[in-house]
Design a protein around this ligand. Structure first.
Ligand code: NZQ
Ligand code: ZN
Length: 395
């Protein structure tokens, strides 16, 4: 087993009516004046936003509102939030929404006490030493940002989407009420499950084969998500299944499924260029890339793919032909993606063919101008990235 540090300090308050505790929790973590940050219209439409604002006011807290965060959250909104927080002397940021709102909240939190340009953290030019405390009322299980140390922001200037990780940004608390996810459209539900499964798979596809317990946890998460997503697509108000998915999204990205493993993350890096360039839903972008990544790297560790095929995708193990078993696991994953309405290649994702120039542009960004590699399971050079994008483009 590799040495590891497991640090998951977020207080999770899970269940029906859990949002009732929001004011108590903000005060517990030192908030007085709260920026309530939210997305487009879903939290307003459902009445959740009004409810949270009312509870905060009743609890004696001052609030400032900033909505309009879009999926693949933009740097311009982060700048707006930083200016507002400074002007209003905000000391706590509460995200009401999903990964995009939470990531935007984290970026604002870094920016408020910082004298320079917040984007420099994402470019790797500086490291944040402090940030405002953040927390969230989660409305979509997917990105896992409610417990993670990451924030992913898109700079509209060049359509560059970059993640920045720093332990200080982990939310103080996460309120998770599965009932609040009943209103999710099927596509967002499916993309969310795809994302959380991929967070588990990015860690699972590792050469560190001796991590028996972590592998078993990962397989349990994957199998549970795979089953429950069909239940909620059939019945969006299936509380049992919505609850498994909501907790699964957090476990998938709070590092529990990575303890003692290296982690790969190449599919994520390749996808970020897709959502940066085409503004597609992150989870759907992952589904469009993963089968091609998997086939490209399969021979690096066939037995790992066999384990995935048998233990997660229920493929019968053909001991005479491990590679065939492994390939059947990838095909089974493609059938699963299609069964929940996800794409399995780039044309299905963006609705048209992608050009060679667009692929080259994504490779240039993903390799930071041809200076870095991506991934661990197989270390991907820019030439490998081009090959995978071309496979995913159907060429
Ligand atoms: O904007 P509104 O109107 O609220 O609609 C949202 C949005 O359109 C809607 N939605 C959310 N909750 C809803 C709802 N609709 C109906 N009922 C509800 N209860 O869902 C849409 C997607 O929301 P978004 O926050 O974008 O989804 P998600 O949580 O998937 O976040 C995606 C972002 O997270 C990043 C992704 O790259 C992407 O930018 N990631 C962040 C990570 C992290 N911080 O650790 C890791 C991930 O790998 C990922 O990269
Ligand atoms: Zn993800």
């Amino acid at each position: 087993m590799k040495d590891f540090i497991y640090h998951a300090p977020t207080e999770v308050v899970f269940g029906k009516e859990s949002e009732e505790q929001v004011a108590r929790l903000v005060k517990k973590y030192g908030g007085h004046k709260v920026l309530v940050h939210y997305g487009g219209s879903s939290a307003k439409r459902s009445g959740l936003l009004d409810k949270i604002c009312g509870l905060l006011r009743e609890g004696g807290l001052d609030i400032v509102l900033l909505g309009g965060v879009v999926p693949n959250p933009r740097l311009s909104k982060v700048h707006e939030g930083i200016d507002l927080c400074r002007k209003e002397k905000v000391d706590f940021i509460l995200a009401v929404g999903g990964g995009s709102v939470i990531d935007s909240a984290k970026a604002i939190a870094y920016g408020v006490p910082y004298n320079g340009e917040v984007w420099d953290f994402y470019l790797g030019k500086d490291d944040a030493k402090e940030c405002l405390p953040t927390a969230c009322v989660l409305t979509i299980p997917a990105a896992g940002s409610e417990m993670s140390e990451s924030s992913v922001i898109t700079n509209e200037d060049g359509d560059v989407k970059i993640g920045y990780s720093n332990q200080i940004s982990r939310p103080k608390f996460a309120i998770m009420n599965p009932v609040r996810t009943f209103t999710l459209p099927p596509y967002q539900t499916a993309a969310g499950v795809t994302d959380m499964m991929m967070h588990t798979m990015e860690r699972y596809f590792s050469h560190d084969d001796d991590m028996t317990l972590t592998d078993a946890v990962a397989e349990a998460v994957l199998r549970t998500m795979k089953d429950c997503v069909h239940d909620v697509l059939k019945d969006p108000e299936d509380y049992r299944a919505r609850a498994q998915i909501m907790w699964g999204g957090s476990i998938a990205h709070n590092d529990l499924t990575g303890c003692g493993l290296s982690g790969d993350w190449a599919t994520h890096q390749l996808e970020h260029e897709l959502s940066g360039m085409f503004d597609v839903t992150h989870g759907a972008g992952l589904a469009a890339i993963w089968p091609s990544w998997a086939r490209y790297v399969l021979r690096e560790n066939v037995s790992r793919f066999v384990r995935f095929a048998v233990n997660v995708m229920d493929v019968p193990n053909d001991y005479t032909d491990p590679e065939e078993t492994a390939r059947k696991g990838i095909e089974a994953m493609e059938r699963f993606y299609h069964s929940i309405g996800m794409p399995i290649n780039i044309p299905e994702l963006i609705g048209r063919d992608i050009t060679d120039d667009e692929i080259e542009e994504m490779v240039r960004k993903c390799s930071h101008n041809y200076t870095i590699t991506q991934g661990q399971f197989k270390v991907l050079t820019p030439a490998d990235m081009t090959a995978i994008y071309k496979m995913a483009a159907g060429r």
